[in-house]
Design a protein around this ligand. Sequence first.
Ligand code: NAD
Length: 395
Amino acid sequence: MSWITVCGGGNGAHALVGTVLLRDPTTHIRLYLPLEDEQRRFTKALSSHSSFELQVAGEVYSVASDRIHVTRDPEEAACSSIIIMIVPAFAHGAILSQLAPYLSKGSTIVALPARSGLEYQAQDILGTISQNGCVLVGFQTLPWACRTGEFGHSVTIYGTKNRVGAACLPAKEIGEKARVFSTLLGINVIPYQSMLELSLANTGQLIHPGIMYSVFADRLEEVFPSEAIVPLFYASVDDKAAEFLSQMSKEVLTIKKVVEERLPSFEMPGVVHLSQWLNQSYGEEILDISSLAKQFQTNQGYQTFKVPVKKSNDGYRVDVNTRYLTEDVPFGLLVTKGIASVAGVETPMIDEVITNTSAWIGKEYLVDGKLIGRDMVTTRAPQRYKIDSLQELVR
Ligand code: NAD
């Protein structure tokens, strides 16, 4: 019998627990839930149901729920050889700090997904990874679109990506880890050569804040009288918004080009244009690939997701306090902006999105285009960790 620790109790964690237990009958899960309410609710659900159910492609699979052990004890959580954080990036720091005193040499710590700048934060908390005997693995995205059904008991996976990129610290471990996690998760894990490649290949940072800004900036005051008419999120991308997203993506490609030119043996093949990434990730789920707008509009995996809204007396309004901004700006776009700044690359579109959307959520990151706003300390931009040269970025 082997144990894997899963940190988190949300949609992704439910899908991961179900997937791992289904794929490997010898594995048990230590589910680390430091939030007291979640720990209590999950424990109660496990005692009420003898099975945990995973629904995929219309089939329901059951596994014995006594293979899941819930804990709030970080020492117990840290004693598995594989520890997977499946939480929003803003929770990585808290979890890494809780587990840090108890991690042993040989631990593999995974962020699924990593978002951007994970390596700076992890080394700030855990010490130099190459010296402490741990391996850090970051995934470029979550492999699944998934939602919890009954908390602690069931989950539905609506779609699985064709492939997911991953990077490691130390970087040389990635071949072995890609094999391990391809088998464990039943997905095609594409090895990236560095954490910098992973950070720049984070497409969530373009898609989420980019759509919030280019599609919904003019609709923040609009009232949707019923939930049924709240617009779709991804599928609302029209030609104008697609052009904006494409320009953001091209800015990232310019950063890649400049970094590769200045560091001749350093390559980041996983950093591709958004359009190419959509095709690679979703394949035949996209019915029309004739333009970027059509790729968003006809991606079958995107058809159920609506723009986040909040309820008010007269209906529903777009909710700007969404992870599309509170996660993907400080743990995505600002990391990219920081890397661009080190490389000496201008990013006017990305700056425009950061400046406007951060004002919506009451944050100050950029002042006159510089990374000196008061809320920079809450981001994972390299400058926060005193990293200000290309050599340090890739070290
Ligand atoms: P979720 O909101 O369902 O779950 C979040 C969980 O994180 C909480 O339930 C809690 O267990 C944990 N958490 C939050 N703050 C914490 C803290 N301070 N300390 C400890 N634990 C904390 O989120 P999710 O849908 O599971 O998403 C996880 C990640 O996957 C996010 O980065 C999300 O953007 C990404 N993602 C999700 C989907 C999806 O379909 N669910 C798709 C693509 C990417």
